[in-house]
Design a protein around this ligand. Sequence first.
Ligand code: HEC
Length: 129
Amino acid sequence: MKRILLMIIVMVAASFLISSCQYKFTVEPKVVPPDPDVPVSFSEEIAPIWNTINNCASCHNGQTHSLNLQTDVAYDQIISKGLVNTEIPEESKIYTYPHPDAGTHSWSVYSASDAQLILLWIQQGALNN
Ligand code: HEC
């Protein structure tokens, strides 16, 4: 009888521990780096960062700011304005300038995972895919 009681206590304690771990996990989600071997899609993953996930295009629309990040023109814009550096991807202005750790452009920044995805896309050649 004592054994069973002890087992129940241990199980209850363990379930508390597990649920408290899960709670912590949802409060501080870890940034999982994107898989470098999986090609990043410009149209499906990068353009939405500027238009759906963040509202960069509310300012970057060609009028409020000359840099236009609206989906249909974003690719031509960042290439023609020299904001992408495929030789040294880490120095690409479209990556560095709104980076959450940069301090420049502090009013609107990428999430850490957006920034990682953009860097990987540039490292993969900044394709219009
Ligand atoms: C509230 C308006 C506003 C929003 C929203 C905004 N920006 Fe900007 N952005 C600006 C202004 C104004 C500048 C120019 C001022 C400066 O140089 O800091 C700028 C500059 C930039 C530049 C440098 C452009 C160049 O040619 O040098 C980049 C890159 C940029 N923004 C990207 C973004 C991205 C990506 C987002 C969304 C995460 C974003 N911006 C959201 C207003 C905005």
